[in-house]
Design a binder for this molecule. Sequence first.
Ligand code: UTP
Length: 304
Amino acid sequence: MTTNAHASGRRAVKAVIPAAGMATRFLPATKAVPKELLPVVDRPVLQYIVEEAAAAGITDVLLVTGRGKTSMVDHFDRRPDVEARLEEKGDQKRLAEVRRTSELADIYTVRQGEPLGLGHAVGTAASHVGDNAFAVLLGDEFVEEDKPLLPAMLDLQARTGGIVLALGEVKPEETSRYGIASVNQSSEGTDIVEVTGLVEKPAPEEAPSNLAVLGRYILPASIFEAIDNTKPGSGGEIQLTDAMAQLLADGVPVHGIIYRGHRYDTGMPLGYLQTVVMLASKRDDLGEEFRSWLAEFVAGGAKG
Ligand code: UTP
C-alpha cells in the first residue's frame, strides 16, 4: 500500500447526486418532468443511480434539486396508500418493489437556487458533507449493475486520498463532448492511471487522450474551497473540472480508473432510448418477449 499524506484509510460514506440542471438536450419532455425521473422500463433513472450507491455501501444520499424537481424526492418516500392497495390485491411482488424504493438509502436534499453549473451544484453540498471525502454521481448516467465502478473508486480513494475519477475510452471525434484527462501510468494497479491534467471539451486535435471523465467522482472536502475560488468558465458555468484542476495544480493526487463496462447515458434522447432497449432486453420477466419482438421489428416484420 502506498503511504500518502492525503490518504485517509477510510472509505467515503456519503454520495451527492447533482440533479438540478435544466436538461435542455431533452426538451420539451423535461419542461415539467425531470430527466432523472424518466422511466427505464419501470424504474426512474434516479433509482438506478441510488441503487448503484447503495450497492457500494453508500446509504447517505444528498440530492441537489432545483425548481420543478421536488417530485424526485417523493419517489423515495413511503406510499402507505399504494402499499395497502397492493396488499389487498395480494400483489407481493409489486409491494416489495414499491417498499424497496423507500428502503434503499437515507435521502437528503439541498436546493441549488439557479443552475449555475455542476461545480456550483456540488458546492451546495458542503455543509451536508462536512470534512470527509464523498462520492458524486451524476443524475443522468449509470453503469452496469454486474460491473460496478464505485467500490473500486472508494477503495482507491481511501488508499491514495485526493480525487478519484472514472474514465472511459471515447472515439477521437467525441472528445469535444467530455472532460478529457491527460494521464501517466500508475503503480496502483491495472486500469488505474495518474491524472496529470484535465481539459473541458477539447477539439479532437487538441485532446491529450481519448479518456473521458465519466459521471462518477470521489472528491476530498477541500474541493469546496476550490469551488468557492472558481470563476465561471466554459458556458458561463462554474465547472467542477476547473475546481478539480485547481486541486491538481496544488499537488493533490488525482487518479483515474478506466471503466471497461457499459455506461448508460440517459441525458439525451438517443442514449436514453439505447438504455431502455438494452435494459428491457436483459430483464428476466420481459426480456425474452421483448427481444423477439425487437428482432422482428428490426427485420421489418413486426406491427406497432
Ligand atoms: P448536464 O451537463 O447533463 O446538464 O449536467 P443538464 O442541465 O442536466 O443538461 P443539458 O446539458 O442542458 O441537456 C450533468 C449533471 O449535473 C447536474 C445535472 O442535473 C446533471 O445530472 N447539474 C448541472 C446541476 O445539478 N446543476 C447545474 O447547474 C448543472
